[in-house]
Design a protein around this ligand. Structure first.
Ligand SMILES: Cc1cc2nc3c(=O)[nH]c(=O)nc-3n(C[C@H](O)[C@H](O)[C@H](O)COP(=O)(O)OP(=O)(O)OC[C@H]3O[C@@H](n4cnc5c(N)ncnc54)[C@H](O)[C@@H]3O)c2cc1C
Length: 381
């Protein structure tokens, strides 16, 4: 198995790496402190083709594929996970509209998302009482003449207040459980759509996470994304791709944590020698490197299957599960290697720990990934 990269993937990776190192890394700590949404950085990413990497060029995307997208995410997350998650959700939304949208929806939304004219796309699935179990959602949409009228609440919506378009899932046939859910494109500024206060999060502070309220929010009949009743299917398919993105983010933060640890460990002396010469520290670095490579391969394998049109749901779940859990262990070790300094803002590792923490939670918790993997395994074994 060969993950390349081919020329196109290498070019996307190089672009993302240069941008991440020169533009994002020097200011990541400042954004972490201020919590300011990285609007300027996102616009620049639009110009560099990093907001719709796996969307066709005729829709404004880069058309570089899922592997290139994973490689780009790894680079961006190594510098700043807040920017990575904001851009990651935009990429996911552009992809889902390209895949399920009408010609009119695609041509309206994808180029705006790809260019950064719309600062973000948002994915409005979770609700206060329905996260792991989206079929329990309560938001409903009723067809009134030629308009859908949406009522309900969404929770934890990344970029929900800055996104040009939000994919909102709502119940269209109350009796029909999961099959009664449909997806809608709701543009920012639609009367009846309101964002609440930013969540005060532990990490990824410069990403925006808000609740949304939909109160008699009317959208045209043409705002339905895909077929009525197909909403859950669309969400789950989008999440498969999203999980490759989260796995890649986890790989990025692990790489950054390892790089920082090697650098610090070579400089720091204890008992008359560099701490990397103490076997306990060297073994930690060895474990970090091994898990990093395993996570990278799982993420790229899932991305490659997606790119080849092969089923990749299980592979995406395995990549997300392993990479996000490994990111906890790796960032924790990085902090330990930095000793007391690791516990301060003087070094970036405390931010890596905080930023990595949510990766086992969003886009499906580790427990949900295990359910996906086990179900697929038992179905096919
Ligand atoms: C920073 C951040 C950004 C987010 N961005 C978005 C976004 O853009 N769009 C969006 O729609 N959502 C978003 N989310 C929501 C996220 O996807 C959910 O938080 C996640 O799916 C878990 O749902 P929950 O928080 O309701 O936890 P719950 O579903 O209440 O789960 C609580 C605990 O129970 C466990 N659990 C639940 N069911 C089972 C089961 N069957 N078996 C075993 N264990 C189980 C879970 O694993 C977890 O440990 C975001 C969340 C955060 C924190």
């Amino acid at each position: 198995m060969d993950f390349g990269p081919d020329d196109v993937q290498e070019a996307v990776q190089a672009t993302a790496r240069a941008f991440a190192r020169e533009r994002l890394a020097p200011t990541a700590r400042e954004r972490d402190r201020s919590g300011a949404f990285p609007a300027e950085e996102i616009r620049e990413m639009g110009k560099l083709g990093l907001l719709a990497v796996n969307v066709a060029p005729e829709l404004g995307g880069s058309g570089a594929g899922a592997v290139a997208y994973a490689l780009a995410m790894m680079e961006i997350a190594a510098a700043d996970c807040s920017v990575a998650v904001s851009a990651g959700v935009s990429n996911m939304v552009a992809e889902v509209i390209a895949a399920y949208g009408t010609e009119e929806q695609r041509l309206r939304c994808c180029p705006r998302l790809a260019s950064g004219e719309w600062l973000a796309g948002a994915f409005g699935l979770s609700e206060p009482q329905a996260g792991s179990d989206p079929a329990a959602m309560r938001t409903r949409a009723e067809l009134c003449g030629d308009r859908w009228v949406l009522n309900g609440e969404k929770q934890w919506i990344t970029s929900g207040d800055v996104a040009g378009v939000i994919v909102v899932w709502a119940r269209t046939d109350p009796g029909a459980s999961g099959k009664g859910i449909s997806a809608f494109l709701v543009e920012q500024g639609t009367p009846g759509l309101a964002a609440g206060r930013h969540e005060a999060k532990m990490g990824q502070k410069a990403s925006s996470t808000v609740p949304l309220v939909l109160e008699d929010c009317a959208v045209p009949a043409s705002a339905l994304l895909g077929r009525r009743g197909d909403g859950l299917k669309i969400a789950l398919a989008a999440l498969d791709g999203g999980r490759v993105g989260i796995a890649s983010q986890a790989v990025g933060v692990m790489a950054a944590a390892l790089e920082a640890s090697v650098r610090y460990g070579r400089d720091r002396k204890a008992f008359g020698k560099a701490i990397v010469e103490h076997q306990a520290i060297a073994f930690m670095l060895a474990d970090m490197k091994t898990e990093l490579e395993a996570a990278r391969w799982l993420a790229l394998r899932a991305a490659q299957r997606k790119e080849r049109g092969l089923p990749f749901s299980r592979e995406a779940a395995m990549a997300k599960l392993f990479a996000s859990e490994a990111a906890q262990r790796t960032t924790y070790k990085a902090l330990q290697i930095h000793g007391g300094y690791g516990y301060t803002e003087e070094f970036p590792v405390e931010r890596y720990v905080r930023d990595a923490r949510v990766q086992t939670i969003y886009e499906g918790t580790s427990e949900i990934q295990r359910l996906v993997i086990a179900r697929d395994l038992l179905r096919t074994a």
